[in-house]
Design a protein around this ligand. Structure first.
Ligand code: NAI
Length: 325
């Protein structure tokens, strides 16, 4: 049975994400950690009559107890965007938060599968990797940047223009997790949906900048929380299945060194020297088992990948330098 910790559990994402994890009967322990509001939120969720025991942990002194023995650690801690901000604008605050929480993972549960939701994911995942490396416990197979919301949006936004499309059909999204680094592979469903060139461009742009729709609609109150909780839970549920012996495939932002041969496919598309990239990954009980190619990528999508490489490289460098300097 599986033990899950949510760090940032009292936030806009953390609360509904914890609720969804609480509904999963394969979870035996749900540890909720935050620096504020955690006892109340955890007491509330703890009354739901499913298998898991819910425990609240508040403040840095309790991080050790929260993380010890955990199989999966999910991190939605940090500040969200306001109108006019990019994900990179969050770096100043969130980089330090992720660094400190990952130090806790390194000290207390270095074998856990770690899911980073805090933005900018293109930088916070390299930050996590550097902290784990510094502590001599880095296993790249166990570290994931959660980009599932891009995949969720891709399926839904295609459905918006083709009402006959099954919104549960997954559409791979590769590259990174910000603006034009997000590369949806709509050609994977093109034989079914037959989008025009203009429709492909419009839907692609909407998937890349769909987060802005929510930020603007919330008008200063934050960014996507409910759809993100759904997406984050979908990813966590896949990991829980994998731990229980049912391997899964997910697009996620990972260290390409986990499978040099599988990564070749993405390197040839343009990710030549990148250490991290969002790819289609086969995941088993111990994390990523292999990286798999995606067939039928169009010339337009290849151009998008080329455009994504330089910003991702800069984001990775910012993360790495934040820890090394
Ligand atoms: P929020 O402000 O509602 O919640 C964040 C929570 O983190 C708060 O409860 C806060 O107390 C907590 N927190 C702050 N510092 C902490 C620390 N040192 N340790 C533990 N908890 C701490 O923000 P929201 O909307 O839940 O967003 C959280 C993060 O998720 C943001 O960085 C946002 O950009 C990111 N995000 C990522 C997405 C993705 O697709 N990967 C999509 C949407 C948001």
């Amino acid at each position: 049975m599986v033990k899950v910790a949510v760090l940032g559990a009292a936030g806009g994402i953390g609360q509904p994400l914890s609720l969804l994890v609480k509904l999963n009967e394969d979870v035996t322990a749900l540890n909720m950690y935050d620096i504020v509001r955690c006892p109340g939120v955890a007491a509330d969720i703890s009354h739901i009559n499913t298998n898991s025991t819910v425990t609240a942990f508040q403040g840095n002194d309790s991080l050790k107890d929260c993380l010890t023995g955990m199989d999966i650690v999910v991190i939605p801690a940090g500040v969200p965007r306001k109108p006019g901000m990019t994900r990179d604008d969050l770096f100043g605050v969130n980089a330090g938060i992720v660094r400190d929480l990952i130090q806790g993972v390194a000290d207390n549960c270095p074998k856990a599968l770690v899911c980073i939701i805090s933005n900018p994911v293109n930088s916070t995942v390299p930050i996590a990797a550097e902290v784990l490396k510094k502590n001599g416990v880095y296993d790249p197979k166990r570290l994931f940047g959660v980009s599932t919301l891009d995949i969720v949006r891709a399926s839904r936004f295609v459905r918006d223009v083709r009402p006959s499309f099954n919104a549960h059909t997954p559409i791979p999204v590769i590259g990174g997790h910000s603006g034009n680094t997000i590369v949806p592979i709509l050609s994977s469903v093109q034989s079914e949906v037959k989008l025009s060139e203009d429709e492909i461009k419009t839907v692609t742009h909407r998937i890349q900048f769909g987060g802005d729709e929510v930020v603007q609609a919330k008008n200063g109150e934050g960014s996507a929380t409910l759809s993100m909780a759904y997406a984050g839970y979908r990813f966590v549920a896949s990991l829980i299945s994998a731990i229980k012996g049912k391997p899964t495939t997910e697009c996620t932002f990972i260290d390409l060194s986990v499978d040099a041969q599988g990564a070749q496919f993405y390197r040839q598309l343009g990710a030549t020297d990148l250490e991290f990239f969002s790819v289609s990954a086969n995941i088993g009980p111990n994390g990523v088992e292999s990286i798999q190619p995606i067939s039928g990528i169009s010339p337009f999508e290849k151009e998008l990948i080329q455009a994504a490489v330089s910003p991702i490289a800069q984001n990775i460098a910012s993360g790495v330098n934040f820890i090394r300097k």
